[in-house]
Design a protein around this ligand. Structure first.
Ligand SMILES: [Zn+2]
Length: 336
């Protein structure tokens, strides 16, 4: 199956009332972990690369790994998505390379740090929508500003400083014509999201529900949505790691989101934790080993387990065979 437009995946998810996990990758083992989890659970899947991932891997390597994934797992609808494009140029370079979906994060200026104005965001996102839709490529935009920093991208802070205003969200969607909307409801990137199990004072599910009521046809995206489970933290600390106690977004809150228009859920930290815990375990228990496969194999297996679990929890499991991919050229025609 060729790489698919994210719009098609999210439209199908909306019809079926489920969410689709979007998992970040930097290398081959992570892509393999996700594809194996998708095959096991029969899930459509979004694989995403940030700017940091593109420069770490030289993105041509990632692109060809994705083509290999599409070839080796022909039964899985697969999207290649750019996470947090910081400028029109970055999005354009991803589209030119063959990404089937891009995020234009115009909530920040191109430096990836400074919160932008509403007008700048509309302007930049609209420009990317025109470029992308002409080729059938999907666009995710962001309104409001997320907390934390990941891969050098982010405004920092707790995530409560720039919670999305529902009126602005409506105006933004109308003015830009985007496909999917990331909103800020108190979540942050990275492992340190909340200092206790989050309640309504720090995780604004009520704002999300309000936005969905105003924009029932817009696919909503939850960023910074790793659950940071304690068992994954414990493995790392048990084998010499030094994570401070932390809380992520509980799966039941994500499921509440899915019942209220959330179709894409970004998960990165949980996979990083699983990989690191598995590698630490091998190093501590068998320090005589030095073949990278001895620790990369269990690392890949640990990530696959987390991804398969999320696919089941988000409801995408079992839906890989529901539909045939629409060629991007035909998708482009549908935007006119
Ligand atoms: Zn994000």
């Amino acid at each position: 199956m060729p790489l698919v437009s994210m719009r098609q995946l999210l439209d199908e998810a909306s019809k079926g009332g489920y969410g689709v996990g979007a998992f970040n990758v930097n290398n081959m083992e992570q892509i393999q972990a996700i594809m194996e989890a998708a095959r096991e659970t029969r899930s459509p899947v979004i694989i995403q690369a940030s700017r940091g991932a593109r420069s770490y891997s030289q993105d041509k390597f990632l692109y060809h790994l994705m083509l290999a994934a599409a070839e080796l797992y022909p039964e899985i609808p697969l999207v290649m998505h750019l996470d947090h494009g910081n400028s029109v140029e970055t999005c354009k370079s991803a589209i030119d390379l063959g990404f089937t979906s891009v995020m234009m994060d115009g909530s920040l200026m191109p430096d990836g740090k400074t919160p932008s104005t509403f007008d700048y965001n509309v302007h930049a996102t609209k420009e990317v929508v025109a470029l992308a839709h002409a080729k059938g490529v999907t666009v995710e935009g962001e309104i409001g500003v997320l907390g934390g920093i990941e891969d050098g991208h982010g405004a920092g802070g707790t995530g409560l400083e720039h919670v999305t205003d529902p009126d602005q969200a409506v105006e933004f969607v109308e003015k830009t014509g985007l496909d999917a909307l990331a909103i800020a409801i108190g979540t942050s990137h990275g492992a340190y999201k909340f200092s206790k199990k989050p309640d309504g004072s720090v995780l604004k599910m009520d704002v999300l529900i309000k936005i969905h009521q105003r924009l029932p046809k817009t696919h909503l995206v939850m960023h910074g949505s790793s659950s940071v489970p304690k068992d994954l933290q414990d493995v790392i600390n048990q084998y010499g790691g030094k994570l401070k106690p932390t809380w992520g977004v509980p799966v039941e809150e994500i499921q509440l989101g899915i019942r209220n228009g959330v179709r894409k859920i970004n998960v990165d930290t949980d996979n990083r934790l699983a990989i690191t815990g598995a590698i630490r375990k091998v190093f501590v228990e068998t320090p005589e080993k030095f073949d990278p496969r001895d620790y990369l194999k269990p690392a890949r297996e640990a990530m696959k387990k987390v991804v398969a679990q999320r696919m089941t929890q988000f409801g995408q499991a079992g839906h890989a065979g529901d539909y045939q991919p629409i060629p991007l050229a035909q998708v482009a025609g549908q935007y006119n």
